[in-house]
Design a protein around this ligand. Structure first.
Ligand code: ADP
Length: 348
């Protein structure tokens, strides 16, 4: 390939890079400076090219690294995180460019924006602190109850009964947390679905059976409606069961607060999909929270939600399972009126 074409191709390549790239010659003059470098350093490429690198690059560490590459006889590649204007962090690699015979041609630097990595780290910090809170709240409550009982409250049967009930509730909350975490870890490690042909109405009935007693205690009625000729679907029964359990569990908990609760699960066919709707007439979800409820550890801000002691993993796990089946999950809701979670699953 003639050198002129190579030059044009590498120019296009550098221009098209989504990361900043800078190249200088052996006297320190800027020869390559793409648009991204301009954004990172706040200077237009046309104003940078042709000038000395130390005039253009205001980040002193980068300037120094460049100088070392062109001045030292045996330069060591610099790989370092540097702070750029506006506190942006970049992972920077500055390397000398030498011909095969060792002639000094200059140096190049490629930069990688660390914003994405910082965001992930912040996300992990957030998850850890949410998890910490989810564990320490019930533990503190249990410890408080036990200490009060030990200090003598156990002499009063009514108080003892109430405290034991509280301890039981908090312990159940911890058990749910551990179970949900186990499930969510298992789901993540087992990406493969074990699909079999199944009748959704049977699956839904078995989920409802699990909740009959709980629903009774919460004064909530549970019903299922489906047409006779509903097609079979190919799903991972155990996983889909888990997703539906999470939806029905929420419906029961967030509906049982208002007496006269009603939950209806409707199955229907829509073209090549089967639609499952879990409709309740519970507390509803405020519009600003509807987008966030599928995030891990997100819990509604309503005081009633806080009192019910969930951990904010039910919906994200359900959504992961539905997605793994190639389906979608959506919510529509009206505050104080109720919510409907709609799952759409492809038949095959
Ligand atoms: P958890 O129920 O443990 O808080 P989820 O991930 O299952 O966690 O749900 C997240 C949030 O979505 C809940 O905290 C609650 O605010 C809201 N939510 C979920 N289902 C319902 C429902 N059926 N009715 C009202 N709010 C709901």
């Amino acid at each position: 390939m003639p050198p002129r074409i190579e030059g044009q191709l590498s120019d296009a390549l550098i221009k098209g890079l989504s990361d900043p790239a800078i190249g200088i010659d052996r006297v320190g003059m800027v020869r390559v400076f793409n648009d991204e470098a301009g954004v990172a350093l706040g200077i237009k490429p046309e104003d940078a090219i042709g000038r000395k690198v130390w005039e253009v690059v205001t980040v002193s560490e980068l300037s120094r690294a460049f100088m070392a590459q062109i001045k030292d006889s045996n330069p060591v590649t610099v790989e370092q995180v540097m702070v750029f204007p506006n506190n942006r962090l970049f992972a920077v690699k500055v390397q000398a460019v030498r011909t095969d015979k060792g002639r000094n041609l200059g140096a190049v630097a490629v930069l990688r924006d660390m914003a994405g990595i910082q965001k992930i780290e912040r996300g992990i910090d957030q998850i850890m602190s949410d998890l910490n809170r989810s564990i320490s709240a019930p533990l503190t409550a249990i410890k408080g109850c036990v200490e009060t009982l030990l200090e003598g409250a156990y002499n009063d049967r009514t108080i003892t009964h109430r405290f034991l009930q509280m301890i039981n509730d908090e312990a159940n909350r911890l058990v749910r947390l551990v179970m949900t975490l186990e499930r969510s870890l298992a789901d993540e490690s087992a990406h493969k679905l074990n699909k079999t042909k199944c009748r959704l109405e049977d699956l839904v009935r078995s989920v409802i059976d699990m909740f009959v007693k709980v629903a009774e205690n919460h004064h909530v009625s549970l019903a299922v409606e489906f047409p006779e000729n509903l097609p079979w679907v190919e799903v991972d029964r155990a996983l889909l069961n888990k997703a539906l359990v999470n939806l029905v569990d929420n419906a029961v908990r967030y509906t049982g607060i208002n007496n006269q609760g009603q939950i209806v699960i409707t199955l229907s066919q829509r073209e090549r999909t089967v639609v499952i709707e879990v409709k309740d007439n519970g507390i509803g979800i405020p519009p600003e929270e509807r987008e966030r409820i599928f995030e891990r550890f997100y819990r509604g801000s309503d005081e009633k939600v806080a009192n019910l002691g969930g951990i904010g993993l039910g919906l994200p796990v359900a959504a992961d399972i539905v997605k793994a089946h190639g389906g979608t999950i959506e919510v529509s809701s009206e505050e104080g009126q109720g919510s409907t979670f709609t799952v759409v699953l492809p038949i095959r």
